[in-house]
Ligand binder design. Sequence first.
Ligand code: AMP
Ligand code: GLY
Length: 428
Amino acid sequence: MKILLIGSGGREHALAWAISASPLCDRLFIAPGNPGTAQCGENVVLDIADHGAVASFCKLQGIGLVVVGPEGPLVAGLADDLAAAGLKVFGPSKAAAQLEGSKAFTQELCAQFGIPTAGFGRFTDADSAKAYVAAKGAPIVIKADGLAAGKGVVMAETLEEANEAIDMMFGGGLGAAGAEVVIEEWMIGEEASFFALCDGTNALPLASAQDHKRVGDGDTGPNTGGMGAYSPAPVMTPEIERRTMEEIILPSIRAMKARGTPFRGVLFAGLMITVEGPKLIEYNVRFGDPECEVLMPRLAEDVLDLLVASAEGRLAGRTAAWKPEAALTVVFAAENYPGKPVTGTEIRGIEAAEAKPDVLVFHAGTKRDPEGRLLANGGRVLAVTALGRTVREAQAKAYDALAAIDWPGGFHRSDIGRRAVEREEGRG
Ligand code: AMP
Ligand code: GLY
């Protein structure tokens, strides 16, 4: 089968690495891809926003499955337009992608179907939003309804901060994403990510992970797309996983089907594990980045077979086996990220890092210059990943590999996995 994978991040390099290892994969194209995906298949230049052009490419090449990595094209309806052209797609329709595209949509769904989440209110004007905040009190969480590239959430510790955030969002500070504002109860607990493959009717639990959103050690500084991750998340015990499937994932899949907008693809639940059990913070409708970089190395299955089963509605009765090892990834980012990153700096020594046992280096924002040198070309540049018997061991291997990479223009957190290691060592 020929595959077209859409995207260019570390997530897509991890997917390309796993898909290209499948005996079912005859040829893999990645659009636009990066120098890492170029080692797994053929990068192609396609305007992803031009759905007709993507469909034409697929017809011409005889693509058997399109795998959509990021949320943007899904929310824009790429899966719908490709399906209408008779193509098979891994990833949800535009209507089903509302689970990520609109926080208000997901909150209403949770309220209607009794799915545990934060209490909330939704508003289209500042006065009623402020009145709600005044009634509920601080701390409280203020969210822009639409996609805001991770910047749409303000954790307000005081009423003043809450009111400021409301003014910022309704004042157009986040563009159209802030036209509607969702205000939520601040939930207390430990966060984890959980992934399930869905085919419209069935959901197959995959695995858990924990991300590190803040840019600095000790969870300080501004939010990023994610500075590192590990899998599995120790807080996701088998009992919490079971409750997550029964109380959150499966009711959501049934609800989406009942609405006439069945969800196919990977459902990524951002969870708060509270004293009452798992509660949904948010859904994403795609693999996480960098979570995918720790999930793919742990998967002991043919990933392509699973993605095709999801796209074809054949997940009933399927299970997915995982390696017993833990995986940990450290993101190597360009100076000044998450602000405007300093790009064009040269990266050397990736081969030395990759030569170490149980290590994989996934590319995100990299490019090759005409001389073949590898240059930084984005904020998050590399995801240095290792497998180990424990998170501690995976952490040691990942940081050892990272030390072999010669990139003065980059920085990384030095405490990825700290919480899990403390737990492993009985200090958590
Ligand atoms: P989101 O963009 O919805 O994932 O929110 C970003 C981060 O804000 C989450 O990863 C949580 O750390 C935090 N967060 C969002 N909503 C809540 C909430 N209702 N209670 C506590 N923390 C939250
Ligand atoms: N790492 C979080 C995300 O992919 O949304």
